[in-house]
Design a protein around this ligand. Structure first.
Ligand code: AMP
Ligand code: MN
Ligand code: MN
Length: 349
């Protein structure tokens, strides 16, 4: 990196004017043939991919010619995202430039979320972190971290606007996928008037919301329907857990996926079918990724800050939506969650 980190804006504040100015200057100082590497978090969701690709397309519109977009882990995106504009810019992590002129990092709260790509931050000319997690650890040099933003794509729109890049339909499609993913299609608490105003600007480019929603949210293979039947059929309700607020949970194994011939991404929406349980504030889904390893999704309807549970168990996230990697049997992981829920609810925030 080129020098000391900028003075930090407080973790609970939106980016300052100095933060925005520094980020704009960092992008503008890249020559047309300078190399810009865009990175988003592992196992990317709609916000990670949409924010990264929307920003990449904006930089391409500015005339930047050398752009790579990437994320750690297996290359390729899940079927729901296979129609996103800008996917031609995607490269496998192993092929990402090792010493780019500029790195832009999207939707990652900590450096662990970009896995093996972390070394690119050390050797880059400049590093801008764009994110909206309150828990962001400020691991870059310039930080556009807005904990009040509903999605990282809100921050991206702010940057493109300051770079005088107009929204075109392709950029808008990426940012729309990101915005609808992280707001639960405009249902979650962060859905402010400003979110709807941004959606209006995106829609004004002529994108087709019904086509995007069907592709991203409402299309699954039949095998996934059957898989959900199995997995939802073993859900457990524990009304006494979480100090009586209630916990509902289930798990999906690698064998479940294999039996129904399904890829792992089909389980991403599983938490939405579990969290609707009226009798439980906290919901939880364990998705097996290896023999004794689980990707855990947690949600709360309001009373419980599940990010405190997730952070205590080595993960992170938002107050009402968080996750971590659990180890051991499914019962071990749920036992750890019960314990942390009790601890978090016994301690003041
Ligand atoms: P998910 O349940 O996978 O949709 O994740 C919900 C939120 O939790 C994400 O937006 C992330 O901020 C966070 N999250 C999930 N898994 C992890 C993890 N292993 N480490 C840190 N944060 C995570
Ligand atoms: Mn994300
Ligand atoms: Mn996000």
């Amino acid at each position: 990196m080129t020098g000391p980190a900028l003075a930090q804006s407080p973790a609970d504040a939106a980016p300052s004017g100095a933060d925005w100015a520094a980020a704009v200057a960092a992008v503008r100082s890249v020559a047309a043939d300078g190399r810009v590497l865009l990175i988003c978090h592992v196992n990317p969701d709609g916000d990670a991919l949409g924010s990264m690709l929307g920003c990449a397309l904006g930089l391409r519109r500015m005339g930047l010619r050398q752009l790579q977009a990437t994320f750690p882990g297996p290359p390729g995106v899940a079927e729901p995202f296979s129609g996103l504009p800008g996917l031609d810019l995607l490269v496998p992590a192993a092929d990402a430039w090792t010493d780019p002129d500029l790195v832009l990092c999207f939707d990652a709260a900590s450096v662990s979320r970009i896995g093996d790509l972390a070394d690119r931050l050390d050797r880059a000319g400049e590093v801008v972190v764009l994110d909206h997690h309150a828990s962001n650890t400020r691991f870059g040099r310039i930080h556009l971290v807005d904990p009040f933003a509903a999605a990282t794509s809100v921050v991206v729109e702010g940057l493109l606007d300051r770079l005088d890049v107009p929204l075109d339909r392709e950029i808008a499609e990426c940012l729309y996928v990101a915005l609808t993913t992280d707001t639960g299609s405009f249902r979650f608490a962060m859905t402010t008037p400003a979110v709807h105003e941004m959606a209006a600007r995106l829609l004004a480019t002529g994108l087709r919301p019904e086509e995007i929603s069907r592709r991203v949210f409402d299309t699954r293979p039949f095998g996934a329907v059957r898989l959900y039947g199995d997995v939802l059929g073993r859900a457990e309700l524990e009304p006494e857990a979480a100090a009586g607020l209630g916990l509902v949970w289930t798990y999906a194994t690698l064998d479940d996926l294999a039996r129904h011939g399904q890829p792992a991404y089909v389980l991403e929406a599983l938490i939405d079918s579990v969290r609707c349980t009226a009798e439980a504030d906290v919901s939880c889904v364990l998705k097996q990724v290896a023999e004794s390893e689980w990707a855990v999704s947690m949600r709360s309807k309001g009373p419980v800050d599940v990010s405190r549970v997730a952070v205590a168990l080595g993960g992170g996230g938002h107050r009402l939506a968080a996750g971590f990697t659990g180890r051991g049997s499914a019962n071990d992981v749920v036992a750890a969650i019960r314990t942390e829920l009790d601890r978090v609810l016994a301690e003041p925030e």
